[in-house]
Ligand binder design. Structure first.
Ligand code: P70
Length: 458
């Protein structure tokens, strides 16, 4: 087998400024050891997120020039609508400025006190929007999904028995919606099988509960179904994606992932009444329903991106990149969440730095060191993002997994960039026994990871 090459050529470049280790020591300290607070110019390889960081294609940039910026009924809206409709067949398609705006609108309508919203695993913005509206978010991922070492082809699946029990326990009248995140980002970018999507849909239909997808990474999920699920090997990813959407009543979408754009999203659904309410909220907070907080040119770029993302040469290269990183980490003995998922490598921080107790955030320790040694920006997805304090006992409640996510922007870095990242991880791993723990000096009440400040704890 020959090397699987990037299926694109580079037409425009953006230079990377190199920094020294001494400079980075100073920068990270001044940022309160929070990588979100470092200027992008001081980062060598930015793997903070795959969201909004993709390189757009020549055809997307051409679309940008053709954006129709009319306030109402713009040509670009129709192009966007048609593309999303061809893919999802949802009747109502409401553009929003990004994924969480779609979530905010949906949960402002559906999630209030006494309501429970199950999912495989809610992403942090989804959970925050539910909780902000006083609803309760429940994660019902299969047991394998919580074990970083467990091998399962669809570790993002929801546990269908748990889902049905949950509905019976909480009462169907208290469950306004059920969701599935594809791929399951907080659980390691792990895919959900078609069988599981169909099963969730059947349970929801049986109880009359609307079933929505958080569809940010639908194309990567479709590729995994093609590779791993019997009966799908000869279907195209486009056909698979269409089948996925056919089981749902609606979706939230951050177009910043699998629509290959730097900003944008949408909320889509079949229900007329819900759509009416959503558009009313949209008009107050985002904009008129044919642009929803975006420019006409953004809608053009999304329409084009949704075509490009389903190119199978692209998806093959994309998933292979993550797999390649996993194979190299295996050779070094570095613990990471297995099998590799769709958009990132997730280092298993508890196994990587077992000497750091979870209340001192081993994931943060690794993330800080990757920056110090190599100027790499990653993201802790563990106690800082999802840890809670018991309101009664004041006791710290850690999440199941302590991960450090190295997320891969789409079409941005080449294989030698990835080889450099591997060299840095190897150096950090060799010196892991010297990593210190961290403690908060500041934390905000919601989504604290974005603005927190830390100091070294041991
Ligand atoms: C990420 C970003 C966003 C996201 C998601 C899922 C499954 C909804 C959204 C919200 C967020 C992030 C995290 C850490 C660092 C930077 C950014 N995920 N559902 O990287 O969409 O951002 O458009 O409001 O993954 O995973 P939006």
């Amino acid at each position: 087998m020959k090397t699987i090459i990037e299926p694109f050529r580079i037409k425009m470049v953006e230079s990377i400024k190199m920094t020294t280790r001494e400079q980075r020591e100073k920068i990270i300290k001044e940022a309160g050891y929070n990588l979100f607070l470092i200027d992008a110019k001081d980062i060598i390889i930015d793997l903070l997120t795959d969201s909004g960081t993709s390189a757009m294609s020549d055809l997307q940039w051409a679309g940008i020039m053709q954006g129709d910026e009319s306030y109402a009924g713009a040509r670009s809206f129709h192009r966007f609508y048609d593309k999303v409709f061809q893919l999802t067949k949802f009747k109502h398609i409401i553009p929003t400025h990004q994924g969480r705006a779609a979530e905010r609108i949906l949960f402002e309508i559906l999630a209030n006190e006494g309501k429970f919203i199950p999912s495989n695993t809610h992403f942090d913005t989804t959970r925050a929007n539910i909780e902000y509206n006083k609803g309760a978010a429940a994660d019902l991922v299969i047991e394998e999904g919580k074990n970083p070492e467990a091998i399962h082809p669809f570790k993002g699946n929801i546990d269908l028995d748990k889902l049905e029990n949950f509905i019976n326990e909480k009462g169907v009248e208290n469950i306004p919606i059920c969701m599935l995140t594809i791929t399951n980002n907080s659980g390691g970018g792990q895919p959900v099988s078609m069988e599981n999507i169909r099963g969730t849909s059947e349970i929801c239909k049986k109880y009359g509960i609307p079933f929505f997808l958080d569809a940010c990474r639908f194309a990567e999920n479709s590729y995994f179904i093609k590779m791993r699920e019997p009966g799908y090997e000869n279907k195209s990813c486009r056909e698979i994606a269409r089948e996925i959407f056919s089981y749902a009543d609606g979706c939230t979408m951050s177009a910043k992932k699998d629509a290959l754009v730097n900003i944008g999203g949408f909320l889509a659904m079949n229900d007329d009444d819900l759509a009416l309410q959503a558009r009313n909220v949209l008009i107050v907070t985002e904009g008129f329903p044919t642009y929803g907080g975006l420019a006409g040119r953004d809608l053009e770029a999304i329409a084009q991106g949704l075509d490009e993302i389903l190119d199978e040469d692209y998806l093959h290269y994309r998933i292979r990149t993550v797999e390649y990183m996993g194979e190299r980490l295996d050779k070094m003995g570095v613990p990471y969440l297995k099998p590799t998922g769709g958009h990132a490598i997730y280092l298993d921080a508890k196994a990587f730095a077992p000497h750091i107790p979870v209340e001192m955030f081993p994931g943060q320790a690794i993330a800080v060191e990757l920056y110090r040694i190599g100027g790499i920006r990653s993201c802790e997805i563990g106690g800082i993002m999802f840890g809670k304090t018991d309101p009664e006992t004041g006791q710290y409640l850690p999440p199941d997994l302590e991960l450090v996510r190295l997320a891969f922007p789409r079409r941005v870095y080449t294989q030698s960039h990835f080889d450099y990242v591997l060299e840095v991880i190897e150096e950090v791993y060799q010196n892991r026994k010297n990593l210190p723990g961290y403690k908060f000096t500041y934390q905000a009440p919601l989504l604290r990871h974005f603005t927190a400040q830390f100091e070294i704890a041991l």
